[in-house]
Every structure is written in structure tokens, then in C-alpha cells.
Write a protein that binds this ligand. Structure first.
Ligand code: PMV
Length: 334
């Protein structure tokens, strides 16, 4: 027996942080980078995550099973598996205890970069476990589970990560005045992107809390957030009309707003300035910030685009721990 399930990474195109305050955000799945959970028979429940050098017996965690699974003493991956089992037990009348399986977890999505690695693991874990029981889960259920897991580890997430990763589709995300997610799928054509990784970011909950403190004290922060909402609305139109230069300018402006929120870093700012100097259509940080990734958008119709991609790769390479070149591959449409 061998059962596998996976989920993609994600890239927030625009609107991070502002989505927490009810503004819209635009986000893409990164299908090329995936978290994969593989289940095989084992004498007792066992977790293997070789990338993290984590090999544990899950029977100890089982003792703590239930709605109050201790998140203090267990590794987040153990908690995710136990919570997934608990969800299936509560909502689908399946056994309470994890079955005798080896849960092998690996991921191409780098951790703590704003690319959705934890959320993708949550989606892949519950899908794999449900597949083992031949239990059909709808996407909304996977999304709700991933959001509940993000609530444990990211404070008060807006839900944008859970939505894009569970649906695996480009989408516009916004919370209604009561906080409920409103999702609209987007038809995103080929986007030529280069992603630069500057290393681990600060925990999302801390960065979101930093913005919240400033928002409570300084009325100008609310204005910046409103401005970000307006930029996202313009970006939607530019995306629909495939106006890459227009979209790119909006990305640069969005980055300035993120600087005003104090979620950028000198390294991220340096990378964005380099992209601007090379005449790239647009660039900004992505995710909660204070580290993590930024990306550049190229105008694929520009005759110099190949030279531009090459020049930016060269400029970013010495600064970045990793580059992901999606300038030729498709980010959304396959
Ligand atoms: O998890 P990250 O780093 O991609 O941040 C998510 C985006 C935020 O807007 C900063 C937080 C949220 O929950 O929307």
C-alpha cells in the first residue's frame, strides 16, 4: 500500500497585510513547488520528515489526542497529523487514533519564506489521510482544516494562504465585514516571474502584530492599507488586460506601501531597487516580510525580456540564498 497527496506553494502577488484589514489580495498557486505526504503500512504510527531530520513515533502523541492536542510539547508536523485524524473522526465518524502507517513528509517549498509551506503540508496531510480511509473531502473542508492549523501557528491569519493552496487556483481574496472569506477565481495567463529568496522571515504572527501595533497608534497606517486596497483593484484590471507594465508599476508602488508598514528589509529593498534599475516591469516583497522572498514580473512582450531576466538573475544571485526562475514556465495556467 502506498498513498500520496500533495499541495502547492503560493505567491502573494499583491495585498499581503492589507487583507488582514479587509482589503482584497491577489494570490497565485506555485504548482512547481509542492509538499508531498506519502503513507505506507507500518507496525505503529510513525512520522518521517527527512528534510527536517525528524523521525518520530506517533504513539506518544496519540495519548494527547483530542481537541486539546498539546501544541507545546509536540512538533508542528505531529500536531498537524493528530489534528487531521481528529477532524476525520469528528466530521466523518472515522477512528479516533492514527492508523498504523508511516507518514512520510517532504516538501520543495522552503520553510518560513512566505511561500505557504506549513499550509501546503496541512492540506497534503488531511488529503492523504482521507484517501487512506476512502473518504471524500471537498475543497472547502480542506481549506477550513488548513485555516484552523494556520490559526494555531500564525495567530490570526486572514485565510488567503488556506484558500489559494486548497483550491490550487489563482484567486482574489477578501474578507467580508464579518470576517468571512470571499474568494473569486482569476484567469491568470502566463506570468513571467523570478523569485528571490533572502532567507528565513520573521514569524508571520510577529510581523502581523507589528503592523497591528502601528495601526492602533498611527492613523497614517490605515491610509497606507487603504492605498494598498486601491492598488489591488487596479492590478486586477491590469491583469485582466494583460498590461504587464501597468501591473509592474503597481507592484513597485505596493512595495513602497509595505516599506511604510516596516515589513521590508534593507536586503529586500536592495533587490527591488536592482530590478527597477534594470527596467524590469515590476517587483515587490511577497508574504509577511521582514525576510523571506521577493519577486520580479517581466513583460514577456518586451523584445529585451531574455536579457533582462539574465541580468536580474546575475544581480540577485549573490544576494539570494535561492532563485526560482518561472520566467519561462507558467505560474497558473498549465
Ligand atoms: O504566511 P505569509 O508570510 O505568506 O503571510 C500571509 C499574508 C499576511 O497578509 C501577512 C497574513 C495573512 O494572514 O493574510
Amino acid at each position: 500500500m502506498r498513498i500520496s497527496a500533495s499541495a502547492p506553494g503560493k505567491l502573494i502577488l499583491m495585498g499581503e497585510h492589507a487583507v488582514v484589514y479587509g482589503e482584497p489580495g491577489l494570490v497565485l498557486p506555485l504548482r512547481q513547488l509542492r509538499a508531498v505526504v506519502t503513507l505506507t503500512a507500518a507496525p505503529q504510527p510513525r512520522l518521517e520528515a527527512p528534510d527536517l531530520n525528524l523521525f518520530t513515533d506517533l504513539s506518544t502523541g496519540i495519548a494527547a489526542m483530542g481537541p486539546d492536542v498539546s501544541t507545546q510539547s509536540l512538533h508542528p508536523l505531529e500536531v498537524t497529523l493528530l489534528k487531521a485524524q481528529h477532524h476525520l473522526h469528528t466530521h466523518h465518524n472515522l477512528p479516533q487514533q492514527l492508523p498504523n502507517l508511516c507518514f512520510h513528509i517532504r516538501s520543495d517549498i522552503p520553510v518560513k519564506r512566505g511561500m505557504g509551506s506549513g499550509t501546503a503540508i496541512s492540506c497534503a496531510c488531511i488529503r492523504a489521510l482521507a484517501a487512506y480511509y476512502h473518504c471524500r473531502l471537498n475543497v472547502a473542508e480542506v481549506e477550513a482544516f488548513a485555516q484552523a492549523m494556520d490559526q494555531i501557528y500564525h495567530g490570526r491569519p486572514s485565510g488567503i494562504d488556506a484558500a489559494v493552496i486548497a483550491h490550487e487556483r489563482a484567486l482574489r481574496f477578501q474578507r467580508d465585514p464579518k470576517g468571512a472569506p470571499v474568494v473569486r477565481f482569476l484567469d491568470v495567463p502566463h506570468l513571467a516571474l523570478l523569485i528571490g529568496d533572502t532567507g528565513p522571515a520573521a514569524p508571520t504572527a510577529d510581523v502581523v502584530a507589528h503592523v497591528a501595533r502601528r495601526h492602533a497608534r498611527d492613523p497614517r497606517i490605515a491610509e497606507v492599507i487603504q492605498r494598498m486596497g486601491a492598488l489591488v483593484r487596479s492590478a486586477e484590471q491590469a491583469l485582466r488586460n494583460q498590461q504587464w507594465q501597468v501591473l509592474g508599476q503597481l507592484l513597485f508602488e505596493n512595495h513602497q506601501c509595505l516599506q511604510a508598514l516596516e515589513v521590508s528589509t534593507p536586503t529586500l529593498d536592495h533587490l527591488i531597487t536592482q530590478a527597477e534599475a534594470l527596467g524590469v516591469a515590476g517587483a515587490k516583497l511577497s508574504g509577511a516580510g521582514q525576510g523571506g522572498i521577493c519577486f520580479a514580473l517581466f513583460d514577456a512582450e518586451n523584445p529585451n525580456v531574455d536579457a533582462q531576466v539574465k541580468a536580474l538573475r546575475q544581480a540577485w544571485k549573490p544576494v539570494c540564498t535561492q532563485l526560482y526562475d518561472f520566467s519561462a514556465a507558467l505560474s497558473d495556467a498549465d
